[in-house]
Write a protein that binds this ligand. Structure first.
Ligand SMILES: Cc1cc2nc3c(=O)[nH]c(=O)nc-3n(C[C@H](O)[C@H](O)[C@H](O)COP(=O)(O)OP(=O)(O)OC[C@H]3O[C@@H](n4cnc5c(N)ncnc54)[C@H](O)[C@@H]3O)c2cc1C
Length: 324
């Protein structure tokens, strides 16, 4: 029996687990192969490409402290102070604003750094949490069963809700009230010399695209120029089950209207995010059921990587005040 079982190795969960691990036994279950959840990076033709979170901003000094540590280790850096916009008036350069940070080796490095020293079981998907007399039993799709005194769930709210016995109570109503929207990510690659002068473009016209990133501008020695295109939530909602080849073509055509050098990539990769961004979040930084079952994530108190970090931080700090 462990003191804490954590479901999901996203930024929130890892931040909580990191604090607890000095005082308690903690095991993390993660359904995918990688760590860091939506702060994700893929290897593509010798390149590292971010297909989830692209960068992060800092508003809270507690997160700034953590970011300063990553800056000091030369892992994070300021990628930009603002991005281009594409509107009816055409492409407009960025105005200088607050720093946008990213990780030199890809955004999944945030998960790697936060999980150092933790026991994480990857490719292990929790599918049911049940309360026993004085502990929790968590069963996985792979047929394993874990016993824990306390459980923390760091999964998008809808996935968190699916782990519980259906019942009508305030907790389940809260989880059900969180709305998240989908997103498609297309990562096309080009010859290295075809590097655009912009780092990122927010698309404000009617288009399948919401965001275009010059992803390879984050790397020290990229093998190719690689872009990351994110669709609008509406485009992903309407076309969620359509063949990706058709959708990729639509996104490339829309890219060509903004910058016609990029319509014919050498290669590309595709990712479909079902729960990409929070469209309405809860006010609480974490949810607590009888000081024994907890929920955290960006959807608690925000919608961004910083909110995920703060959710995990505040939960970890609270848990350290409880009696073992
Ligand atoms: C396309 C896209 C673009 C984004 N852009 C930005 C950006 O530029 N800036 C920014 O700040 N934020 C951005 N975000 C949001 C940012 O990625 C998230 O706010 C943050 O990463 C959320 O962290 P989290 O810990 O709350 O959850 P998640 O990252 O969702 O982590 C949850 C983890 O739980 C795991 N899990 C779920 N169910 C189970 C289960 N049953 N068993 C085991 N494991 C499970 C998942 O695999 C995942 O690893 C973006 C997100 C996406 C998808």
């Amino acid at each position: 029996m462990v003191d804490f079982l954590l479901i999901g190795a996203g930024i929130a969960g890892l931040t909580a687990a990191r604090q607890l691990s000095s005082a308690y036994s903690v095991v993390v279950l993660e359904k995918s192969r990688g760590l860091g959840g939506r702060s994700a990076t893929r290897r593509l033709e010798g390149n590292r490409v971010d297909h989830g979170a692209q960068y992060f901003t800092v508003r809270d000094e507690r997160f700034q402290e953590q970011v300063n540590e990553w800056l000091g280790q030369d892992k994070a850096f300021v990628w930009s102070h603002g991005f281009h916009t594409y509107s009816q008036q055409g492409l407009k350069p960025a105005t200088k604003g607050h720093p946008r940070y990213t990780l030199r080796n890809g955004m999944n490095e945030v998960g790697k750094l936060l999980s150092e020293g933790l026991e994480v079981k990857t490719q292990t998907r929790a599918h049911k949490i049940s309360k026993q007399k004085d502990y929790y039993l968590v069963e996985t799709e792979e047929g394993q069963a874990f016993e824990a005194k306390r459980v923390i769930v760091n999964a998008p709210a809808e996935q968190a809700l699916a782990l519980l016995e259906p019942s009508k109570n305030e907790l389940q109503d809260k989880l059900a009230s969180v709305k998240m929207v989908p997103c498609f990510a297309l990562m096309p690659g080009y010859p290295l010399q075809l590097a655009p002068e912009w780092q990122g473009i927010h698309v404000e016209t009617e288009s399948s695209l919401a965001w275009i990133s010059h992803d390879s501008s984050k790397r020290l020695n990229p093998a190719h120029t690689v872009l990351t295109l994110h669709s609008t939530p509406e485009f992903a909602q309407v076309h969620f089950d359509v063949n990706p080849d058709e959708l990729a073509q639509t996104m490339l055509t829309d890219l060509g209207k903004i910058d016609d050098r990029f319509t014919a990539p050498l290669f590309s990769s595709w990712h479909r995010w079902k729960y990409a961004q929070v469209s309405n979040s809860l006010e609480e930084r974490f949810l607590n059921v009888e000081d024994s079952l907890f929920f955290c994530g960006d959807w608690c108190g925000g919608a961004k990587l910083e909110s995920a970090y703060l959710s995990g931080l505040e939960l970890g700090q609270y848990l350290l005040t409880l009696k073992p």
